[in-house]
Design a binder for this molecule. Structure first.
Ligand code: PRT
Length: 107
């Protein structure tokens, strides 16, 4: 279970996007289009925020899972590979100098 990553989920989303909307939530969202899927992503974001504000750890975990899944569906529809997002995050670690600071010995 600990081996499971967002890259795995991205692959599952891509596979399920191709099946009939009657048998898959992913396919249903993809068939509904980018705007509808993006609105669903927004709803999941709000639910995640509410769980965080309520300091409800269990709900925050569940809503975060919903949020990440729906983000991957939107990225799939928009044809944006998750790797592009990861590359952007990695590029920012270089920009911020955080890596340098982290590896610098403390005196
Ligand atoms: N990770 C998820 C995942 N997270 C959430 N959801 C679905 O997202 C939907 C929306 O969640 P909501 O809480 O909003 O429930 P809702 O019934 O829409 O409620 P309302 O918004 O209508 O009030 C639900 O049907 C959830 O099942 C997911 N559906 C699929 N996956 C993954 O995608 C794979 C393929 O799923 P299918 O495409 O359904 O085969 C699965 O094996 C999972 O790995």
């Amino acid at each position: 279970m600990s081996e499971f990553s967002l890259i795995d989920l991205e692959r599952i989303v891509a596979e399920r996007a191709k099946v009939s909307p009657e048998e898959s939530w992913t396919a249903k969202l993809v068939a509904a289009g980018q705007e509808k899927a993006a609105k669903k992503l927004g709803e999941e974001a709000v639910e995640t925020v509410i769980a965080a504000i309520k300091q409800d750890r269990n709900n925050l975990t569940a809503e975060s899972a919903d949020l990440l899944y729906h983000l991957l569906v939107v990225l799939n529809i928009a044809a944006v590979p998750l790797q592009d997002v990861l590359d952007e995050l990695q590029r920012r670690t270089g920009q911020s100098g955080l890596q340098e600071k982290a590896s610098r010995p403390t005196s």
